[in-house]
Structures are given as C-alpha cells and as structure tokens.
Design a protein around this ligand. Sequence first.
Ligand code: UTP
Length: 334
Amino acid sequence: MKKTEFTAVVPVAGMGTRLRPHTYTYPKVLLTVGDKPIIGHILDDLSAAGIKKVCMVVGYLGEKIKEYVAKNYKHLQVSYVAQDEQKGLGHAIWLTRRCVTGPVLVILGDTILDADLSKFMTSKQDSIAVKRVEDPRRFGVVEVKGGYISAMIEKPEKPRTNLAIVGIYSFHNSSLLYNSLEKLVDSGKTTKGEIQFTDAMALMVKDGRKIKPVPIDGWYDCGKPGTLLETNRHILDKKKFSCKAKNSLIIPPVYISPAAKVRNSIVGPYVSIGAGADIDSSIISDSIVNEKAAISNMNLSGSLVGPSATVAGRKDQLNVGENSEIRFDKSACQ
Ligand code: UTP
C-alpha cells in the first residue's frame, strides 16, 4: 500500500469549550503550542508521513482555520466539509464520505502524537492507536482478544480495560467505515448525546472486521489548559529552539518568535512566545503567550495568555472579560 494513497481526515469543527475564553474568538486548533498552532503540528506530521490529501471538517470559526491552512500548507491538497451543528465525532467523519475514496487515516484535531504516522499506513491492517490510561471512563476504550479489537465502548461507566483510544485511526477500505457510519447515523443512536465514532467502529468489529490496537506512548492532548501546557513542555523539550532577547535571562527550553519583542525579563523554562508579542520587565515560566499579546511588570507561571491580550502592572488593576480566568493561586490551569 502506498502511503500517498491515503487521505487524511481531520475533524476540527468543535467549539473547544474547555479552552474558553481563548476559544471564544480563536478555534482551538489555532492556539499556539511550542512554535506554531496545534493544527500546524498535525499537518506537519501528516506531510512528513507522506500524506498529500487532507479533508478537514470545519464548523465553529472554520473560516479562520481555512485561512491559516491556505496560507501555510499550499503543498497539501486540502478540501473542506462543513459541520454546521456539532453532533459528535461520528457525524463529523460521516460528513467526509464524498471526499474520500480508498484508504483513510483519521486524526483528531486536538491530538499531537510523538509517533511515526507512516506506520499506520504501511501496516497491512486497519489500526487504532491506544494507550493505557488511569481513568478510562473519560475515553472510548477497547477490549482485545487474540491481538485484535473484540469490543469498543465509548466512555464506559464500568470499564473492563484501561486501553483508551487516542485519536488516530487507519482503515484500508474506507467504504466499510462509511457504511458503518451510515448505519449508525440512520439508526439515530447516540451515546452521551452524540453520534460517536467509537460506536461506528464497534459495528465494524461486530461485523467481523479485524482491527489492530497499536500502543502509543507519545500522545499529547491539547483539549484543556493543563494538557496544553503539558504538550507545550514536551514540544519545547523535543525541539530545543535557540532564542535571544534584549537584556534578559533565557532559561531553556523556550521558544520566542523572531517577530516577538522581549526585554528586561526572565523567560523560562517552558515558555512559548508568539509573533508580535511584547514582553517587558516580567518573569515568565511554564506559559504560552500567544501572538500580539503584551505583558509588562508581571510574574507569570502556568499561564495561557491569549492573542492580543494585555497583562500589565499590579495584580489589583484588571480589566477582565467574560469567562476569563484570573487567579493568584497555583490552580489557574488545572
Ligand atoms: P473534542 O470533543 O475534544 O473537541 O473533539 P471539542 O468539542 O472542540 O472540545 P470541548 O469538549 O468543547 O472542549 C475531538 C476533535 O473532534 C472534533 C473537534 O473539533 C476536535 O478536533 N469534533 C468533535 C468535530 O469536528 N465535530 C464534532 O461534532 C465533535
């Protein structure tokens, strides 16, 4: 099977409610982690694995995603389908049925994997990435018999295994997948109020399709403030950027965009600073400062500062918008 025959399906229509207030104006996948937006890491990994065709499911703030992708990923053939109502991941993938012929690689828009994606395409079998987790009730989980998946359950109340599905799937015959999705959509079945991708795959397994679980260690979620910062730490550790700043102490690992201004500050470890940001007389560690944010006279740690936000001066002088989260204890980004 040639890797280039695969079409990658990337659903990014979600509202990213767990990352509010940032996601009121920015889609989750455009938030920065390391040196670029989440979706940039995913599309880079897909390109590195030899993918040429991508079908994205867009919805909430989709125009901004299209703009970013058109500007930065001209070498990929990207098509879009619209999901106007967020009815669940199964529904999102079902909408791509006219975009895809042949083999398909599905990757969730808020998952960065530290794994060679090409192994999902060179393997002759359908595969799903899995990882052992502490609390499987938050995930879709798989049961395994004789090396293949024997059952799949979305967010089980009493999980029989702790092998969670972690957001990358490959199917050699996409028609079988779309047939199962069609059956699921026609049946009107929902789990926890959504048309679940796990339920469609469970139908395939029930029909006797052999799907291999592929254990993955390097799985980095970007869905919540705490996991976004964790993923940021991982990317900075891995990529080791070299950064300069005027009259400042940089404690690596740190990423400072060449188009950001940093002066009279102590930055790091584990800080990402986006293009056009302006940092003055501040101490910042373990934080992500998005593009064009301005920070002065602050001492920040474990923080997410949104694009074009201003954080300045004494902490008893604030102008705070709806749903902002500002705490002066250690628990701001749990
Ligand atoms: P999530 O449930 O993690 O993303 O879905 P979300 O809904 O944006 O985030 P929260 O829960 O409100 O914080 C995983 C991926 O599937 C996409 C999301 O955009 C995300 O990339 N998705 C999910 C869709 O495209 N459509 C859906 O109906 C559901």
